[in-house]
Design a protein around this ligand. Structure first.
Ligand code: SAH
Length: 344
């Protein structure tokens, strides 16, 4: 076995240079993936946790260069679900069996703390045995606190990259790396199960920036990490940039699994979009979460962060029976439980 890999498996810390060497080395990843699956199976077994994803607003005040719903994209179709519709969406998901929901959206100022608190309370009151994840970007510590008190269990806020300079290549000057990191620290402090994560192969990324991501994850100790390939969107400044590598994305998933085997790792929609078999490949590299989309189908098409987003395949909420049998045929078991991160 690669010496660095065996040190990682033995729980030893790697330096930045060592991470870079491990991420960039030429090796057959089948051994790495087998180790990652073993680490996952020892904690979570062969269960794949399903979370119903509701993309409830495509309005966004930000202008991230990679994202299709960036504020400056005049071609983006904007929509927002009203409180009642969001709750109905969860109820329909609940009736289909889901006990874990993710409310994701752009940074839409319409959703004030008051509105978010009301939505979160209503969902938790009607479905108290469900876990609720919120993912609506950067907000004040007070806002995060109010949503936590209203019943939110988890918060997803990808750090996007742990390299300051790379962060400024991906975002306009109005968005700061320090603010992003501060938000993640606040979420952890408030007791959220916190999700960080990054795109692989986004413009300006390198093996070095990915190595920095690993050190950042090691220090933050998030409960979840979302990793997907960068996929260009035709109406963004990065329209002509290359898509991130699927194999490198899979390698990163496996390495995060080995770095901290307890982390909940989704096999992301971007991975399933970049590769027709990407969802299963993600699981085979150590992921253990899938987030089927339960947004009303008319709106789902409008939430396009990148081109060709998969919306109606086995990852669609209405097809969980098909997804369950696909998982079963690959030796996995779909789990519709809350799916909390198990910490030692
Ligand atoms: N507004 C929220 C939700 C963002 S969308 C927030 O700021 O957290 C969720 C994730 O999609 C982003 O964090 C980003 O990592 C990913 N994403 C956006 N555009 C993408 C693209 N072009 N290719 C791949 N992933 C993308």
């Amino acid at each position: 076995m690669n010496d660095l890999l065996s040190r990682l498996v033995n729980g030893q810390s790697l330096s930045l240079d060592e991470w870079e060497a491990l991420i960039s080395c030429t090796m057959d990843d089948s051994e790495l993936f087998a180790l990652a699956r073993k680490a996952r199976d020892e904690i979570y077994g062969r269960k794949v946790f399903l979370r119903g994803l509701i993309e409830f607003t495509s309005f966004c005040r930000n202008d991230c260069y990679y994202c299709g719903i960036r504020h400056s994209n005049k071609h983006a179709e904007r929509y927002r679900l009203e409180e009642k519709e969001i709750i109905e969406c969860c109820i329909a998901g609940y009736e289909a069996g889901f006990r874990s929901f993710v409310l994701q959206g752009g940074e839409d100022l319409y959703f004030t703390d008051e509105r978010m608190v009301s939505i979160i309370r209503a969902i938790k009151e009607k479905m108290p045995d469900s876990a609720l994840t919120v993912s609506i970007g950067e907000r004040t510590e007070e806002s995060y606190r109010l949503m936590k008190e209203a019943g939110a269990d988890r918060y997803l806020l990808r750090h996007e990259t742990a390299d300051r300079e790379h962060y400024s290549i991906l975002h306009p000057a109005s968005l700061s790396f320090d603010d992003r990191i501060k938000c993640l620290e606040n979420l952890k402090k408030l007791g959220y199960q916190t999700g960080a994560g990054m795109m692989v192969g986004s413009p300006g990324s390198s093996f070095r920036t990915l190595a920095e991501d690993m050190l950042f994850i090691e220090s933050l100790k998030p409960e979840m990490v979302g990793i997907g390939p960068f996929i260009p969107h035709h109406d963004t400044p990065f329209a002509h940039c290359r898509m991130g590598s699927v194999s490198l994305t899979l390698r990163m998933i496996a390495l995060v699994r080995l770095l901290d085997p307890h982390i909940m790792l989704p096999s992301t929609t971007a991975l399933g979009t970049a590769d027709s078999n990407g969802t299963i490949k993600g699981l085979e590299a150590g992921a253990n979460v899938i987030m089927p989309n339960i947004t009303p189908i008319g709106e789902r098409r409008k939430y396009t962060l990148y081109d060709n987003k998969k919306i109606t395949g086995s990852e669609a909420g209405e097809n969980i029976a098909a997804l369950s049998s696909l998982l079963e045929s690959c030796g996995y078991e779909a789990s519709l439980t809350r799916g909390d991160c198990i910490r030692q």
